[in-house]
Design a protein around this ligand. Sequence first.
Ligand SMILES: *[C@@H]1O[C@H](CO)[C@@H](O)[C@H](O)[C@H]1NC(C)=O
Ligand SMILES: *[C@@H]1O[C@H](CO)[C@@H](O)[C@H](O)[C@H]1NC(C)=O
Ligand SMILES: *[C@@H]1O[C@H](CO)[C@@H](O)[C@H](O)[C@H]1NC(C)=O
Ligand SMILES: *[C@@H]1O[C@H](CO)[C@@H](O)[C@H](O)[C@H]1NC(C)=O
Ligand SMILES: *[C@@H]1O[C@H](CO)[C@@H](O)[C@H](O)[C@H]1NC(C)=O
Ligand SMILES: *[C@@H]1O[C@H](CO)[C@@H](O)[C@H](O)[C@H]1NC(C)=O
Ligand SMILES: *[C@@H]1O[C@H](CO)[C@@H](O)[C@H](O)[C@H]1NC(C)=O
Ligand SMILES: *[C@@H]1O[C@H](CO)[C@@H](O)[C@H](O)[C@H]1NC(C)=O
Ligand SMILES: *[C@@H]1O[C@H](CO)[C@@H](O)[C@H](O)[C@H]1NC(C)=O
Length: 337
Amino acid sequence: MKKLSHLYFPLGLFLLCSLLSCLAMATPNITSDQSALLSLKAKITGDPHEILASNWPATSSVCDWRGVTCGSRHRRVTALNISNLGLTGTIPPQLGNLSFLMSLDMSRNNFYGELPHELIRLSRLRVLSLGINVLSGNIPSWVGSFQQLQHFSLKNNSFTGFIPPSISNLSKLETLNLQFNSLQGAIPMEIGNLNKLKQIVLDFNQLSGFLPLGMFNISSLEVIALQNNSLSGSLPSSICPRLHGLTWLDLGRNKLSGVIPPSLSECSKLQVLGLDDNFFSGVIPEGFGNLTALVELRLARNNLIGVIPEGFGNLTALKQLYLSENNLIGTILALEF
Ligand SMILES: *[C@@H]1O[C@H](CO)[C@@H](O)[C@H](O)[C@H]1NC(C)=O
Ligand SMILES: *[C@@H]1O[C@H](CO)[C@@H](O)[C@H](O)[C@H]1NC(C)=O
Ligand SMILES: *[C@@H]1O[C@H](CO)[C@@H](O)[C@H](O)[C@H]1NC(C)=O
Ligand SMILES: *[C@@H]1O[C@H](CO)[C@@H](O)[C@H](O)[C@H]1NC(C)=O
Ligand SMILES: *[C@@H]1O[C@H](CO)[C@@H](O)[C@H](O)[C@H]1NC(C)=O
Ligand SMILES: *[C@@H]1O[C@H](CO)[C@@H](O)[C@H](O)[C@H]1NC(C)=O
Ligand SMILES: *[C@@H]1O[C@H](CO)[C@@H](O)[C@H](O)[C@H]1NC(C)=O
Ligand SMILES: *[C@@H]1O[C@H](CO)[C@@H](O)[C@H](O)[C@H]1NC(C)=O
Ligand SMILES: *[C@@H]1O[C@H](CO)[C@@H](O)[C@H](O)[C@H]1NC(C)=O
């Protein structure tokens, strides 16, 4: 056996060498970055301010192109920001060749079509911002492979289908914004694994099913925005001991029921609390008078009964208060509108 491997050694060396040169040939470099960006430019059918036409000349280094940032060490494209330039076009598969890309911001344009599978190769992405375009199709499950991703926005597009459970793989994710799409189905339960999440913004979709209870265990959460979906079920009785940094909880316009948990009044940093247009029953917790950071409180159109807590007179930061279409009684003292 030993002899045999000795005999084959030169062949092994040869194979190794050809493998290396093969790798060297296939390894993307600044030239392939340039051709990736030229592929993108070729897909642009509308450039009203002639931004790419006049600022992406084939004659200069891509690192000098508008919206392009290169790393100092490898001289590869590390960031592409073509946000808000009025561009119309599709996203070409070649964009997946920008293998050093850490930040991709194409938001606020008119990009349409689906996300090409080749983008899966952008494994260093920390920021993926494609919001406010007209992109469609499903949110691909391969987004779960971006292990460095911290900020992910597909807001205001035309995405359909489910939120892929693989997003629970994005262990560094801090902001998730998928608002104003046509997403359906339940919010993946696994979302509770994202223990760095600060903002979960999924409002104005058609999401249904129960609230993922694990979400209320993510102590880093500051914003939960789930307004205008079809979520059902009730709120867990204990929310605030863990979510002590919560400033924004908007669950309005859903199908939630049960009582409003009194412990919600321990979320002392809450500035916006929206529970309107649901099927909540019972009383407004007395402790709400302690939520002195509240700027906006919406409880309208539920089945609430009883007396408006006296402490409401202490909510001096309050600018908007909606209580209509319930069965409440009482007065609110000292409030100036
Ligand atoms: C990039 O790689 C190609 C081969 O894939 C090579 O021909 C070219 O010289 C390289 N360019 C730079 C700038 O290294
Ligand atoms: C992209 O550029 C816009 C406008 O300059 C800026 O507001 C935005 O923060 C940038 N995006 C990223 C990810 O840095
Ligand atoms: C870039 O990507 C395309 C499509 O994904 C691929 O066919 C091509 O070989 C790549 N080019 C380079 C230079 O890496
Ligand atoms: C989730 O992450 C693991 C590694 O942590 C990776 O092997 C797997 O492919 C990822 N799954 C998806 C769907 O991206
Ligand atoms: C997002 O879409 C909604 C509904 O179409 C619209 O009201 C809102 O202004 C959009 N937001 C942005 C930032 O374009
Ligand atoms: C939330 O955390 C508590 C305490 O660690 C645990 O008992 C509970 O099972 C968790 N809930 C979910 C849905 O993960
Ligand atoms: C809220 O959702 C419903 C149905 O899902 C939709 O008809 C309605 O237009 C949405 N409201 C707003 C303000 O977008
Ligand atoms: C309001 O907060 C104070 C101080 O933390 C506490 O003693 C009181 O019981 C709270 N009021 C209600 C009604 O929860
Ligand atoms: C309003 O706040 C003051 C000072 O914190 C407190 O003494 C008082 O009891 C509160 N009023 C009501 C009605 O909760």
